[in-house]
Design a binder for this molecule. Structure first.
Ligand code: ZN
Length: 65
């Protein structure tokens, strides 16, 4: 994996934040890789909370305090 610039990391953090806010409001969010709608697993889903692409090419795990 190649090293990312801080600008790229910041953009990703920003993207994740925006996406989480949309998902919390039950808005649909598309996968940035393939365009499929992402699935959101909440705190009580019984699995690790996070955002997943149904095609498996993108995922973000969400940590709750
Ligand atoms: Zn995808």
């Amino acid at each position: 994996m190649k090293r990312r610039t801080s600008e790229e990391v910041l953009r990703e953090v920003d993207f994740i934040q925006t996406m989480r806010e949309k998902l919390m409001k039950a808005e649909k969010v598309k996968c940035p890789r393939c365009g499929e709608y992402l699935k959101f697993l909440g705190k009580n889903s019984g699995e690790h909370p996070g955002v997943f692409c149904p095609k498996g090419d993108f995922e973000i795990l969400v940590e709750y305090d």
